[in-house]
Design a protein around this ligand. Structure first.
Ligand SMILES: [Cu+2]
Length: 143
């Protein structure tokens, strides 16, 4: 009798742990795959990531994370990201902004953007806040 009770208890503790990790996974940078990472100024690194590590044509959701030299997320205040594709022949330059929301982890931002065609884009990123002010570009190949 006592043995059965112990087993039941450990199963429910295990279930709680699984639930807890499922809940936090959307804000956890470790659960997403890197699309591109690069220097963001002020000794910071910026990383764009999503579920499969590839940005595709169409409506996209991704995280933009700023980290310090030790890999810890750093709150950079307000963030903006414009996806720009250079003019190609008769096709005009294309620009697509990103709607950002903060997440439970300062320094990790959740973004939504529409990427209107596959090919070479530049993610033009600016930020301003407690970590300083910065402006940089990351190359993106949308599939
Ligand atoms: Cu284009």
């Amino acid at each position: 009798m006592r043995k059965i009770l112990l087993v039941t208890t450990s199963i429910s503790i295990f279930a709680l742990l699984v639930l807890a990790s499922a809940c936090s996974s959307s804000n956890n940078p470790a659960s997403v795959k890197t699309v591109i990472s690069g220097p963001a100024g002020n000794n910071l690194t910026a990383t764009i990531a999503n579920a499969d590590g590839v940005l595709r044509k169409g409506q996209q959701e991704f995280t933009l994370t700023f980290t310090d030299a030790s890999g810890m997320p750093v709150d950079v205040g307000s963030v903006a990201l414009n996806y720009r594709m250079a003019a190609m022949g008769s096709m005009a330059e294309m620009n697509s902004g990103t709607a950002f929301t903060t997440t439970g982890t300062p320094g990790v931002y959740h973004g939504k953007a529409s990427i209107d065609m596959a090919g070479e884009w530049k993610a033009q990123i600016t930020y301003e806040g407690p970590a300083g002010k910065g402006s940089f570009t990351l190359p993106i190949i949308a599939k």
